[in-house]
Design a protein around this ligand. Structure first.
Ligand code: PMP
Length: 428
């Protein structure tokens, strides 16, 4: 039997860091990543035959569990007809109709192949529509790895964003303003100073890439208000939250209407899919209707559409999200009770089917500065102890956890028992 450690060593020969996406490498966790062999329902099975209760769910898409039989059957049926035609297909219209029916603020939608493409294209559209260059984002929110979005706040935050990766031109980063999540005053001040130059605000309405940070009351409403006042476009990046915190995403959950919405993960049922959509007037600027260019050889791929349409039809069932949120509550309340009993400073935050665990003595975490002030080493020890006991959490203190409808009360109990042991180990 080849072990994960051996496979990782082999992978590192020709793949940078042994992985095709950095967070998979378990960096900072002091151990090689686990190589998975297959997955079913709430479980991952590694190459050494060990089973894990999984709270990563392929980083979000697997909301009904892994290898959902209905999704697989739809893909199999599509498979026999061919992989891709490069022509319109009826299933793309089915997908577009479904998205527009489910998402309250999408009147037209374009399919792409990843969340990165969705946000990158939505920003181009916002810039094209408004004729402005500046964009506003929030520290700790992740919107994929396109150049305009790999930017952090510079010394003069309002005028100079700085690339957060080599390779991003400083001249491009200059157009990106980065503010602190949940800081209403900073948003208002920023718009007072340069609002007329701002094409759009892009925000994760529940931040899921700095652990799990819901918006404070009034934050999303303020974004809507300043965009209305200054003619800027409000983009909700619901790649993670769409179909997860509620069927209609965070915009339904919080009752705030974005102009454009980015989707990914669940919308593709586990296939490489993203989408962006919104008001008809704005979407009509897209090529071939309008002048803003955007395209994709494999966009709207029939297998991917078959998987996504099938999954969306499953999560539309009445009561699906209430049940998911209840499972999250059971898990998070159980974790908090066990941490408290063990004398460990830990809190949870949640929204619908996503949650986060913070090792902190604070009663809440509202922004990036507070998220990175949490105890990384405590998280690492917790993660390792949970992994050893067969619970797979994201290998980073800055990722949200994802519940699926395949997680049974027994799976959650197994998780809580593992946590009790982990906490005991951490205090010994
Ligand atoms: N937006 C958000 C909110 C995300 O969480 C992610 C990825 N986790 C992306 C965009 C980028 O999506 P992808 O990895 O599919 O490019």
């Amino acid at each position: 039997m080849t072990t994960s450690a051996e496979l990782f060593e082999q992978a590192c020969r020709h793949i940078p860091g042994g992985v095709n996406s950095p967070v998979r490498a378990f960096k900072g966790m002091h151990r090689p990543p686990v190589f998975m062999e297959h997955a079913k329902g709430a479980y991952l099975y590694d190459v050494e035959g060990k089973r894990y209760v999984d709270y990563v769910g392929s980083w979000g898409p697997m909301i009904t569990g892994h290898a959902d039989p209905e999704v697989l059957a739809a893909v199999r049926e599509s498979l026999d007809k061919g992989l891709s035609f490069g022509t319109p297909t009826a299933v793309e219209t089915t997908m577009a109709d479904l998205i527009c029916e489910i998402m309250p603020n999408i009147e037209m939608v374009r399919m792409v192949n990843s969340g990165t493409e969705a946000t990158m294209s939505a920003i181009r559209l916002a810039r094209g529509y408004t004729g402005r260059d500046k964009i506003v984002k929030f520290e700790g929110c992740y919107h994929g790895h396109s150049d305009s979005l790999l930017v952090k706040a510079g010394s003069g935050a309002l005028t100079h964003g700085e690339p957060s990766s080599p390779g991003v031109p400083a001249s491009l980063a200059d157009h990106t303003i980065t503010l602190s999540f949940n800081d209403i005053d900073a948003v208002e001040q920023c718009f007072e100073e340069v609002g007329s130059q701002i094409a759009c605000i892009i925000v994760e309405p529940v931040a899921g890439n700095m652990n799990c940070i819901p918006p404070q009351p009034g934050f999303l409403q303020t974004l809507r208000k300043v965009c209305d006042s200054y003619g800027s476009i409000l983009i909700f990046d619901e790649v993670m939250t769409g179909f997860r915190v509620a069927l209609g995403g965070a915009q339904t959950y919080f009752g705030v209407d974005p102009d454009l919405t980015c989707l990914g993960k669940i919308v593709g049922g586990g296939m490489p899919v993203g989408a962006f959509g919104g008001r008809r007037e704005i979407m009509s600027e897209l090529s071939p209707l309008g002048p803003v260019y955007q395209a994709g050889t494999l966009s709207g791929n029939p297998l991917a559409m078959a998987a996504g349409v099938t999954l969306l039809n499953k999560v539309r069932q009445p009561g699906f999200h209430d049940a998911l949120a209840q499972r999250v509550d059971t898990l998070c309340n159980g974790l908090e009770a066990r941490a408290q009993a063990a004398g460990i400073d830990m809190i949870t935050q949640r929204a619908g089917g996503m949650f986060g665990v913070f090792f902190t003595a604070q009663s809440r975490v509202d922004n990036f500065a507070q998220a990175i002030a949490c105890d990384d080493e405590a998280f690492r020890r917790f993660f390792t102890a949970m992994l050893d006991r067969g619970v797979y959490l994201a290998p980073s203190a800055y990722e949200a956890g994802f519940m699926s409808s395949a997680h049974t009360p027994e799976d959650i109990q197994v998780t809580l028992d593992a946590a009790e042991h982990a906490f005991a180990q951490m205090t010994s």
